[in-house]
Ligand binder design. Structure first.
Ligand code: PEP
Length: 249
């Protein structure tokens, strides 16, 4: 049985007051069987970890540097994130790939840094609208997968998130058939690279305009093990129903 994961990416939103949303989310977090992860802005990590522990909510960061330390003004290392008590880190989000020119090789290094620090990387992949319209989505996903995932992926140390860029923050959601096609493809690629036993255990999250009203449909796909949620993770009243839909799936 693969873990079910509902992960919220707050991006550059929220100050300390926003942490009240964790308390509001607490009552809907299942006691077992579903992992809920909130990734707040880095300055909130310490406080978020303190608050979230008793609520059964895990805390992650939104990015880490590809090196363990050094003269990288403004950046944070995986070790610093772990030192805050967080357990996960998103790497390769399309906003990092696009706006900060992060390559698959950078993402791979970041995932390795995450492991070294004892964190679980949530490695993001996804095609642009141009790629989708050109019909080369699966080629791009294959390239991102082979370039961004290190060789040392195991059954328990990695989460993969498929996030079509054109669906992020746009309200546009792929059809269920499109989601199934890509998730089945990712599972098959993982199987050929890491073997069936490992690949069967790696959680595959869908991300891109997941809301309370489409979550149950998305979670009905066999190879969708949860969601990476942006906008709808900011408020417990929006994210709670998504968590509940996942738990019921
Ligand atoms: C995201 O940024 O990872 C994301 C999925 O955003 P949204 O849910 O707002 O589309």
């Amino acid at each position: 049985m693969r873990p079910k994961i509902a992960a919220g990416n707050w991006k550059m939103n929220g100050t300390a007051a926003a942490l009240a949303e964790l308390n509001a989310l607490g009552p809907v977090v299942p006691a077992s069987g579903t992992t809920v992860i909130i990734c707040p802005p880095a300055p909130l990590l310490f406080r978020a970890v303190d608050l979230a522990g008793p609520l059964n909510i895990a805390i992650g960061a939104q990015d880490c540097h590809a090196e363990p330390k050094g003269a990288f003004t403004g950046d944070i290392s995986a070790g610093m994130i772990a030192d805050c008590g967080a357990s996960h880190v998103i790497v390769g989000h399309s906003e990092r790939r696009d706006r900060y020119s992060e390559t698959n090789a950078n993402v791979r290094q970041k995932a390795e840094q995450a492991w070294r620090a004892g964190l679980t990387p949530i490695i993001c992949l996804g095609e642009s609208l141009d790629v989708r319209e050109a019909g080369t989505t699966l080629d791009i996903i294959a390239t991102q997968l082979s370039g961004s995932l290190p060789d040392d992926v195991t059954a328990t140390n990695t989460v993969v998130a498929y996030e079509p860029i054109w669906a992020i923050g746009t309200g546009k959601v792929p059809t269920l058939e499109q989601i199934i096609e890509v998730h089945d493809f990712i599972r098959a690629q993982l199987t050929s690279r890491f073997g069936a036993e490992t690949a069967q255990m790696i959680p595959l999250l869908y991300g891109g305009s997941v809301k309370a009203d489409n979550a149950a449909t998305i979670f009905s796909a066999e190879n969708v093990d949860g969601a990476l949620v942006g906008g709808a993770s900011l408020k417990a009243s929006d994210f709670g129903p998504i968590v509940t839909a996942l738990a019921a799936s």
